[in-house]
Design a protein around this ligand. Structure first.
Ligand code: NAP
Length: 330
């Protein structure tokens, strides 16, 4: 492995993706500096050989400079995934600037910035490749992640720093609150209740595949200055994804709700979410769930020789021990 013996800073190391990356890197002989900001979450990383925990907040310039000092590579996965726009901007845009500046001050060889397919927004249709302009729409997460990418590019260019961007789809696997625990809860109900026949596409990508592409981006010469999708291509349908979890729970029953009443109720749901400080574009989301996009993996395949390896059936079955441990699967 090209990174063996090097030192890598991982921001977001206490999170789902950053934790998986930290364990993979440490297991392959990389010295990992794992950024944490809450002692009780840092405790999860204690005792992993090759991992040094550093406390810090990505919005704090001095803390980030200290964290990055001496690092050859910086993996920037820390992000705010929910909340009002200004709070997300503070972390996903301003925090990203501090991480890139700190990497530049440390003369790092490469920064891998974690973005998301959400930067293409709900409006993207058909084949979605990395050359498309970003149209994040009006969802705070999508907007702040798109602005975060732009900030990463701008700061890296200003400092002459080599960077790569990964745009993962719906990352699932052991430790995923959203795409594994929550969806499993939905899928274990008999029947699974979803929109229509569930024939719209879902975009689940197994966490180990995302980590694998991040590692590739950290050293491949053709990755410099480029963004790469990391998504299942072709994508399964929602029915296929949810029923894979349902089968773990021992059933395959499905109840499709007619889309029209959901669409009519969407503005009300959006209003309630906005009151809770979690603004969403619910009407566009309802359409998105029924749409069939293709987040193309041609670029990673052609330029890096990389393609996802974990099939949906394999990935879901790898979630079972963790779901049992959490008491969700009996
Ligand atoms: N999960 C997905 O399906 C998905 C899909 C596409 C892209 N992504 C991207 O992947 C990355 C990781 O996501 P995830 O699912 O692993 O999220 P997660 O589990 O919520 O982890 C987020 C991490 O960011 C840290 N963090 C947040 N604000 C911070 C700050 N101000 N300073 C330092 N650390 C901070 C969190 O620290 P605490 O533990 O202290 O909160 C946590 O370690 C994000 O960039 C996200 O946008 C995720």
């Amino acid at each position: 492995m090209a990174l063996m013996g090097k030192t890598a800073l991982v921001t977001g190391a206490t999170g789902f993706l950053g934790g998986a990356l930290t364990r993979r890197l440490a297991g392959e002989g990389v010295r990992v500096r794992a950024l944490a900001r809450q002692p009780h979450k840092a405790a999860r990383l204690q005792g992993i050989q090759g991992v040094e925990i550093v406390m810090g907040d990505i919005t704090d310039a001095a803390q980030m400079r200290a964290a990055a000092a001496g690092c050859h590579v910086v993996f920037h996965g820390a992000a705010a995934l929910r909340g009002p726009l200004e709070a997300q901007r503070r972390v996903n845009v301003e925090g990203t600037r501090q991480v890139i500046r700190a990497a530049a001050a440390a003369a790092a060889e490469r920064v891998v910035h974690v973005s998301t397919i959400a930067v293409y927004g709900y409006a993207a249709q058909g084949e979605v490749n990395e050359d498309l302009p970003l149209t994040p729409g009006r969802v705070p997460y999508n907007i702040s992640k798109a602005e975060g990418e732009a900030a990463a590019r701008e700061e890296a260019a200003r400092h002459g720093l080599a960077y790569s961007i990964i745009r993962p789809a719906m990352i699932y696997g052991p430790g995923s609150g959203m795409w594994t625990a929550s969806l499993f809860r939905l899928a274990q109900r008999r029947p699974v209740i979803f929109i229509g026949a569930g024939s719209g596409c879902a975009y689940p990508i197994y966490v180990d595949d995302v980590v694998d592409l991040m590692v590739r981006l950290a050293s491949h010469p053709a990755a410099v200055g480029e963004a790469f999708n990391c998504a299942p291509d072709p994508a399964p349908t929602w029915r296929e994804f949810l029923l894979a979890y349902a089968r773990l729970a021992g059933h395959e029953r499905w109840l499709g709700l007619p889309p029209l009443p959901l669409k009519l109720a969407a503005p009300l749901v959006e209003w309630a979410l906005t009151l809770r400080g979690e603004p969403q574009d619910v009407p566009a989301l309802v359409d998105f769930l029924q749409g069939r996009r293709r987040y193309s993996m041609a670029k990673a395949r052609e330029r890096l020789g990389w393609t996802p390896r974990v099939t949906l059936a394999e990935g879901v079955s790898r979630c079972a021990p963790w779901l049992r441990e959490k008491g969700l699967l009996r």
